[in-house]
Design a protein around this ligand. Structure first.
Ligand SMILES: C[S@@+](CC[C@H](N)C(=O)[O-])C[C@H]1O[C@@H](n2cnc3c(N)ncnc32)[C@H](O)[C@@H]1O
Length: 268
């Protein structure tokens, strides 16, 4: 881990091209973005007005899924790949609220996330948090780097929220998921969200095309069939594969369905 000691941003941070971690932060109402991110974010919102709801529903799903895992499912370890910029209710905050000794490893490959990672390292004294700068395409490297913090002989929640959409090749995305889930024992869980064109979302497809011509990294949507393949061989936790907004919503607070699948599944 190498979190910068000063507030200065690493030279690798590019302020001339919109980056997903920063635009996502913009849609979530955060403050860590450049003019180019806001410009692209606004153009996408103009084409696909519900994108802000997608981002908020995805984060709310994260909160509900982690609360369930740390609570009812008794999971004490979390590997959150494609973490994003720190925001409200980060994984360790939600998990340690329920299980103070929860251990969380965050992984992202955007240098801006590394620059802000210190906010992700505010563990409870009983638990632990770690940040690894790595590419999701290298699960072996991630698992090696996570080992000092996570006991891979005990169940782990592997979280891939809004990130497999940046692995454009579906076979490669499947290999990543398999390698991660093969490395963790029975009782581990997989937590996924992924954009889709199958749950509506007016302007979604045009907005993705615009994104791919103007921002980075390029993104793809996936069908329910492709999403289900990531979970194959695992036991889906109720209610199964749904819009992430419809996954165990708090009573009376179900937001609109958004064009983002969400699911939690358990390894036998
Ligand atoms: C849409 S955001 C989702 C953030 C968070 N998981 C959430 O659900 O709110 C996707 C994140 O994945 C990161 N990301 C994209 N491609 C990646 C890759 N190949 N390896 C690691 N992180 C990646 C981006 O930098 C960004 O922070």
């Amino acid at each position: 881990m190498s979190v910068p000691r000063s507030n200065s941003l690493p030279a690798r941070v590019r302020s001339d091209v919109a980056h997903n971690a920063r635009v996502w932060n913009y849609w979530l109402g955060g403050t860590d973005h450049f003019p180019v991110d806001r410009a692209v974010g606004d153009r996408v919102t103009g084409m696909y007005p519900s994108i802000g709801e997608v981002a908020r529903a995805d984060r709310a799903f994260l909160g509900r899924a982690v609360r369930y895992l740390a609570g009812d499912a008794g999971i004490g370890q979390f590997l959150d790949i494609g973490t994003g910029l720190p925001t409200a209710e980060n994984t360790h905050e939600v998990a340690q609220h329920t299980a103070p000794d929860a251990r969380v490893v965050y992984v992202d490959n955007d240098p801006i996330v590394l620059a802000h990672a210190r906010s992700l390292l505010t563990s409870s004294p009983e638990g632990a948090t770690e940040y690894i700068e790595a590419d999701a395409r290298h699960p072996g490297q991630i698992l090696r780097a996570a080992r000092p913090t996570l006991d891979l002989e005990r169940p782990v929640a592997v979280m891939l929220l809004g990130i497999l959409s940046f692995v454009l090749d579906t076979d490669e995305a499947l290999r990543i998921v398999r390698q991660l889930m093969d490395a963790v024992p029975s009782g581990s869980h997989l937590v996924l969200t992924h954009p889709t064109l199958e749950l509506g979302g007016e302007g979604n497809e045009a907005a993705m095309r615009f994104w791919n011509e103007n921002a980075t990294p390029p993104i793809t949507a996936r069908t329910r069939f492709e999403f289900a393949a990531f979970l194959s061989g695992l036991d889906l936790v109720e209610p199964g594969i749904v819009s992430c907004a419809r996954w165990r919503p708090a009573p009376g607070s179900s937001g609109p369905e958004v064009a983002q699948f969400g699911a939690v599944a358990r390894k036998r």
